[in-house]
Design a protein around this ligand. Sequence first.
Ligand code: SF4
Ligand code: SF4
Length: 156
Amino acid sequence: MTDPIDRKGLKRRFWESKPLAKMSQKEWESLCDGCGKCCLNKLEDEDSGTVALTRIACRLLDDSTCRCAHYDNRHQFVPDCIVLKPDNLDTHAYWMPQTCAYRLLWQGEPLPDWHPLISGTAQSVHDAGVSVQGWTLSEFDIPEDDWEDHIIEEPT
Ligand code: SF4
Ligand code: SF4
């Protein structure tokens, strides 16, 4: 599959030597593996602070491509969709999927071999079974009270 993210011309393994806050916009965006898991609805326990992801996807997620169907104007439909940046990663990393490259680097962990920056192809994310491809349910179809029945085990 064609990689929708431009990862050409980047220095080999730049993320191992460059801090997140020092990355260029292109480097920052290239870290996204395209898994789509940050577009799943999550359940957060207010007392313990634990977060569980569900297979119930945001209304705009296309789970065949694992991409937002209206990324550029998504805030018209989903006003609280976050724009992840180096200066708000501290706030959001705790709920990001366990395989998310931003979370992994924030935690000081390496990127996995299936990451497109290492494998050289976006398809490796789907082949490794870590994307949402083909297994989400729409939030239009499942009442919020039932989301608890659709919690997923991470890091799948
Ligand atoms: S979870 Fe992380 S790596 Fe996956 S699509 Fe979202 S931002 Fe990208
Ligand atoms: S609006 Fe788009 S980017 Fe934001 S959570 Fe929904 S599908 Fe993902």
